[in-house]
Design a binder for this molecule. Structure first.
Ligand SMILES: C[S@@+](CC[C@H](N)C(=O)[O-])C[C@H]1O[C@@H](n2cnc3c(N)ncnc32)[C@H](O)[C@@H]1O
Length: 275
């Protein structure tokens, strides 16, 4: 496990993922019945953008720093912008929130959050950050296994699956995990983040997903540039299972803005698989 999210925190892909996540949580919070969120790949929860990793990659400069100074970003970005302002006492973007902080802050008093992180050093930081938060459980464990074995059999559940894609079997494990969770609870909702390198890999994933899981799937792609070089991360996609009604327009605006303002000849694209 070499992947360190500190190099990538606050990049264009984080902006799309976190803005989409916050929008989904806001829609879910319109209903007060208890919600369980399982974050299979949580990371450390907060990132120092002045640290050597972020400075070396420059990805946050081309991402959150530009979003924070943008003139009129779409409304779907406002909750993320507000979260970054709160974390930085109103000024700048030195610290950037990861999914654990965004989720834990968005939960209602009846909700629960399981955050899984396999790297011991990242887990130690996560555990310290989440300490004292009621109904939050941080686990140093394989998130795929936890989602498959601890998905509640009843009630509202959101899975966030955000792997590093260091291993070729991440694509298969995502689908296995979604399948196992759906066998326990048909109503489970999921938000999956994927890189876009070449279209063959992505299309094969969507075909497998459609074949294995017969349920509505919403796909939001942010293509930062034409997908001509499969060695580069040319964009990212959010794949949503059983997505809450009303999220599509916000996702379209988030993806379009990111591709057109932070990309080079990019575009946003929304599609559905009917299941
Ligand atoms: C892309 S980062 C997560 C970022 C985080 N979701 C966020 O949005 O702030 C992926 C994380 O998953 C961790 N990881 C890798 N394999 C894992 C596994 N099987 N289970 C849990 N965590 C894993 C990595 O150490 C890394 O911190």
């Amino acid at each position: 496990m070499n992947y360190r999210h500190a190099f990538h925190a606050g990049n264009f892909a984080d902006l799309v993922k976190h803005a989409g996540l916050l929008r989904l949580l806001a829609l879910l919070r319109k209903d007060v019945s208890p919600l369980t969120v399982i974050d299979t790949h949580a990371g450390r929860g907060v990132y120092d953008l002045a640290g050597p990793e972020a400075q070396k990659s420059g990805e946050a400069q081309a991402g959150i720093v530009r979003l924070m100074t943008a003139e009129a970003p779409p409304a779907g970005f406002v909750p993320l912008i507000d979260a970054v302002r709160r974390l930085n006492d109103g000024g700048g973007a030195r610290r950037y929130p990861g999914s654990p902080l965004l989720i834990a802050d968005a939960l209602g008093s009846n909700d629960r959050y399981l955050a899984c992180e396999l790297r011991p050093d990242e887990y130690a930081a996560l555990q310290a950050l989440m300490k004292g938060r009621r109904k939050v459980e941080a686990l140093c464990a394989d998130g795929y296994e936890i989602a498959a074995s601890r998905c509640p059999p009843a009630g509202r559940v959101l899975l966030l699956i955000d792997p590093p894609f260091e291993r070729a079997d991440d694509y298969r494990r995502i689908i296995d995990t979604l399948d196992a969770a759906r066998r326990r609870n048909r109503a489970v909702q999921a938000l999956v983040w994927l890189p876009l390198k070449d279209l063959e890999t992505f299309d094969a994933f969507l075909r497998d997903l459609e074949y294995r899981l017969a349920c509505p799937v919403l796909v939001a792609e942010t293509r930062m540039r034409p997908l001509t070089d499969p060695m580069k991360m040319n964009g990212c996609a959010l794949v949503l299972l059983n997505a809450s009604a009303g999220i599509e327009a916000d996702l379209a605006a988030i993806c379009d803005w990111t591709a057109s303002n932070l990309g080079a000849g990019g575009l946003g694209r929304i599609s559905t698989l009917s299941g």
